[in-house]
Design a protein around this ligand. Structure first.
Ligand SMILES: Cc1cc2nc3c(=O)[nH]c(=O)nc-3n(C[C@H](O)[C@H](O)[C@H](O)COP(=O)(O)OP(=O)(O)OC[C@H]3O[C@@H](n4cnc5c(N)ncnc54)[C@H](O)[C@@H]3O)c2cc1C
Length: 456
């Protein structure tokens, strides 16, 4: 039975989260620079003290690292409860860090736990879970990210070490990270999905450099959390390999499902926040003698946003429930995650544009933060797989449940349906002793509408 209910003890935790986010986390956005990377800047010791202090409160409430199972230091809440937690963060970029569930660290922690050796877990996973360090995940390259069989960064074996050469791009937080998980081609001649291997590379490794910091719209030039990276003869020991040689795609796939769901859960909060802003604006702004909330087009925008928000929230909750049923790795789970991912990009983009428009000139001004929200919304159709790829995956999975009609006409063409219906109903008519003609009623239908007896 599908169940999204919230028991009273967890409801009390959600009430605490709501209050905490509103009174202690949201204020951070307005005091500190909104730069996307600020919460991840381990070098900003003053801000780190503030964040650590708030993290203590979260830990005290038993809400730290809510995305992880309990044996990894998390709370073992499962995906449905995590949806209620993540949606509470709304537009907050500090929320996930304060609660210890920020990407890409959350996904990196998962693959370190799944594929890491004991030594790797001690060296990298433990400090990551304690939020003493940050990490990056490096898959995308400057020549294109949608097709990961197109990677050019190589790792070549040399005795007990591997030598890495190449470039990565849009590696979130790599400029603040202690280590990176880097996907490299280790066997260019292998079938495309067996070519790559994952390596853990410390950011102080000789030969590694940040070519340029790259930010989103409105991040100051030279700042931003998604840098362009270069690896020139970077040497790592074989003990830095994460997972088996040639299994880089398996490792990559393992982290993406959860990460996409977490993004979608936070997007529910983003959309709710935009809806709140739209509603306030509609009630506050007057035009031609009435508040704009009285205009039918504004009402429709609000109503459509509310309906889409509810639909999307239920889609995410249902997918989260599927995850909790341990079906996340099956084909149905993959279809649902891709559906959620595509829906998330659509609703984020459409509602953000709607909200900006409803605000008029102040919506596109630099005295509101719609610029950052628009960049955030637009990135949802790109990161973790572009929308087109997810839509195609949904369609491919969907089509597995269907068959071609077998000839030039659809199954639902009327003459096929009539023949089928006659066969289905014949036993019942025989039983009650009537013919189709007798039971047809008195209206004289055109031939094509007649249930039986037509030559078509
Ligand atoms: C904010 C942000 C954070 C990111 N963080 C990370 C990170 O931490 N680590 C990391 O490795 N990467 C990260 N990325 C990169 C992200 O994964 C890539 O942007 C994504 O894979 C798309 O690659 P691309 O940007 O090169 O787009 P392209 O591959 O150049 O695609 C551009 C467009 O081409 C079209 N297109 C491409 N392929 C197809 C197709 N098969 N079918 C139909 N249309 C297609 C689509 O319209 C698509 O939007 C991040 C990106 C953003 C924006």
């Amino acid at each position: 039975m599908v169940d999204f209910s919230i028991e009273p003890e967890f409801q009390a935790k959600l009430a605490w989260i709501k209050e905490f986010v509103e009174t202690k986390i949201r204020p951070l956005e307005f005091i500190y620079d909104y730069d996307f990377d600020a919460p991840y800047d381990a070098g900003n010791t003053a801000l780190r003290k503030v964040v650590k202090r708030l993290q203590q409160e979260v830990k005290g409430q038993g809400l730290w690292a809510a995305h992880l199972p309990s044996h990894l230091g998390g709370q073992g809440f499962g995906a449905v409860k995590l949806t209620y937690i993540n949606e509470s963060f709304g537009t907050s970029s500090f929320g996930p860090v304060v609660f210890g569930c920020q990407g890409p660290d959350s996904g990196n922690a998962e693959i370190l736990a799944m594929f890491g050796t004991d030594e790797q877990k001690k060296q990298y996973l433990e400090p990551l879970l304690d939020n003493d360090v940050f990490s990056a995940y490096c898959m995308t390259e400057p020549q294109g990210g949608s097709d990961p069989t197109n990677l050019r960064t190589t790792a070549v074996r040399d005795g007990d070490t591997w030598v890495i050469n190449g470039e990565k791009w849009f590696a979130s937080n790599a400029n603040h990270a202690a280590f990176m998980i880097v996907m490299c081609v280790t066997d260019p001649a292998a079938p495309p999905h067996n070519r790559a291997t994952m390596f853990i590379v410390p950011t102080d490794a000789p030969g590694f450099e940040v070519v340029r910091n790259v930010g989103l719209w409105l991040d100051r030039p030279g700042s931003g959390g998604h840098p362009w990276l270069r690896f020139t003869d970077v040497r790592v020991p074989d003990s830095a390999r994460l997972g088996e040689v040639g299994k880089g795609f398996v490792v990559a796939q393992s982290r993406l499902g959860g990460g996409r769901l977490h993004h979608a859960q936070r997007t529910i909060g983003l959309v709710k926040n935009l809806l709140d802003m739209m509603a306030e604006r509609a009630l506050s702004r007057e035009s031609y003698g009435e508040v704009i909330a009285g205009k039918q087009s504004v009402q429709h925008d609000l109503a459509n946003t509310f309906i889409e928000y509810q639909q999307f929230r239920l889609l995410v909750l249902y997918t989260a429930w599927m995850f909790d049923q341990q079906r996340e790795h099956g084909a149905e789970g993959r279809k649902m995650i891709s559906a959620v991912k595509a829906a998330m990009a659509k609703i984020a983009e459409e509602v953000t544009i709607r909200a900006v428009h409803l605000h008029g000139s102040i919506g596109v001004s630099n005295v509101m933060h719609f610029g950052q929200l628009t960049a955030l919304a637009m990135h949802e159709g790109l990161a973790d797989g572009v929308t087109e790829l997810h839509l195609s995956l949904v369609a491919r999975q969907l089509l597995k449940d269907y068959q071609p009609s077998g000839d030039d006409f659809p199954t639902d063409v009327l003459w096929k349906r009539k023949a089928w219906a006659a066969k289905q109903l014949q036993p019942i008519l025989d039983e009650v002793g009537v013919t189709f003609e007798e039971s047809r009623g008195t209206v004289d239908l055109p031939a094509v509408m007649r249930p039986v007896g037509s030559d078509h």
